[in-house]
Design a protein. Structure first.
Lengths: 254, 201
């Protein structure tokens, strides 16, 4: 039976894992390769690395991180952030990543989805989208870009369907409303997208307890749940979360 | 010495990294002569069937694979590499190598299943030496929209469930393959690759 995936997300800046803390900005919390190895030991199903390095001159640092991660863990991982061309995608894939995540760049240039899918296959192309509740949109959610700072004219559901038809193999739906609250995932939007596309949907934003993951993987109909702070600061372990989900009869890899 | 076929497949790097980690004695090549001289051959694959067959033919690697299989030495296909070992794929209606009897079919989206079948799925397997030391019901990582249907049920050595029971691993004499990616299936995937390295055919 296909199992629900637990995906741990690491933000990487200048080669270090970092985490945004309210009112304090970003603080470094560890070495991404060491952290990847630890989550691998704990039984994580997949990892996502977002490169939030500001300057493009430092892109090579991220490629080196990807290469070292690929030599250390033997599970799939995805890389996002700063990817705006098929050539950027190729560099990350050649370094050993399975998937590439594109978000704002795909809104600015939707052809990037088609181009990447044609070159590397649909399974490689993950569309990340940031959703903000907005009753004026047909689905009730608007796509925002640049980390939630800039609104677009796109409806979340329409954009998800368009991305699928252009060749995206997976959607990561990040709720800007829920992100950072640790009060639970946005279940309505997640379920809406998951029920209306034929590709897997990864829920992101708002995870604070194992119960939140259980809700989004059942009620929210997500295929996978993305977590970060929950495990980065030692409040929970991936293994512990999986034990909990297993106890709730949610199929997970133990 | 294990050879890995280089035909621009997406997972070549991952397979290489896993072999290096396991301390395998291996090389990567697209030269048919070198490949045929190897003791064992790994045939990775990610992508589209017709495109992959086109590349194989243009480099003479279709014949190299057939010739290698005929020697009786161990050949191991992964994912698209597994599918291409069969006779024919529904993907772009592509004639394949025919080293394993059977066809490659598409998962039906009518069952309400997401396609591609992407993620970890549990495997039931036989006592084939590839599974030595691997308990029943362990999970392996799959990414695919097509699955193989072997003509001979006895060739199926592992199966998983996705709406239907489908073939996860297959073997007919010296020709073996997995639909899942052992190089991305954590501890048990590495164990399977190690078993292939140590296999005596």
């Amino acid at each position: 039976m296909l199992q629900k995936r637990i995906v741990v997300c690491l933000d990487v800046r200048d080669g270090k894992t970092t985490k945004g803390i309210k009112f304090k900005g970003n603080i470094d919390i560890g070495d991404p390769v060491e952290m990847a190895a630890e989550y691998y030991r704990q039984g994580v199903d997949e990892l996502v690395f977002y490169d939030i390095t500001a300057s493009s001159e430092k892109r090579s640092i991220m490629i080196d991180v990807v290469r070292r991660v690929a030599q250390t863990i033997f599970i799939p991982f995805c890389v996002g952030g700063g990817i705006s061309s098929v050539e950027d995608m190729r560099a990350v894939l050649l370094a050993g990543a399975e998937k590439i995540s594109i978000n704002s760049a795909a809104v600015r240039n939707p052809g990037l989805i088609d181009g990447g899918a044609r070159q590397f296959g649909n399974q490689c192309i993950v569309l990340g989208m940031d959703a903000l509740a907005d009753p004026s949109m047909p689905s009730g959610y608007r796509v925002v870009i640049n980390g939630g700072r800039k609104a677009t004219g796109l409806d979340v559901l329409a954009w998800a369907k368009e991305a699928e038809s252009r060749g995206a193999g997976e959607i990561v739906l990040n709720s800007i409303d829920a992100d950072g609250t640790r009060e639970g995932y946005e279940l309505t939007a997640t379920r809406l997208i998951s029920e209306n596309v034929g590709i897997p949907v990864v829920a992101s934003g708002g995870a604070g307890t194992p119960e939140h993951l259980a809700s989004v993987l059942t009620e929210g109909k997500a295929d996978a749940a993305l977590i970060a702070s929950m495990v980065h600061f030692g409040d929970y372990t991936v293994a512990g979360i999986k034990e909990y989900l297993h106890g709730r009869n949610i199929p997970v890899r133990l | 010495m294990i050879a890995v076929i280089d035909y621009d497949s997406g997972n070549l790097k991952s397979v290489e990294t896993a072999l290096a980690y396991l301390g395998a004695d291996y090389f990567i090549s697209s030269d048919p002569e070198k490949l045929i001289a190897a003791d064992k051959l790994i045939f990775p694959g990610v992508g589209e069937a017709a495109q992959a067959m086109g590349v194989l033919k243009s480099k003479g690697l279709d014949k190299a694979l057939s010739d290698f299989a005929a020697t009786g030495k161990a050949l191991f296909g992964i994912c698209l590499g597994c599918q291409i070992l069969f006779e024919h794929s529904q993907e772009s209606d592509t004639p394949c190598l025919g080293l394993l009897p059977g066809m490659v079919k598409q998962f039906s989206s009518e069952m309400g299943l997401k396609i591609p079948h992407m993620g970890w799925n549990t495997l039931k397997h036989t006592a084939h030496p590839l599974f030595k030391g691997i308990p029943q019901g362990k999970s392996f990582y799959y990414v695919h929209s097509y699955y193989v249907e072997a003509s001979h049920k006895e060739d199926v050595i592992g199966s998983s469930d996705y709406g239907i029971e489908f073939t996860g691993a297959v073997a007919r004499g010296n020709v073996m393959a997995t639909q899942f990616h052992p190089e991305k299936s954590g501890e048990w995937g590495l164990k399977l690759l190690k078993n292939f390295m140590e296999l005596e055919v």
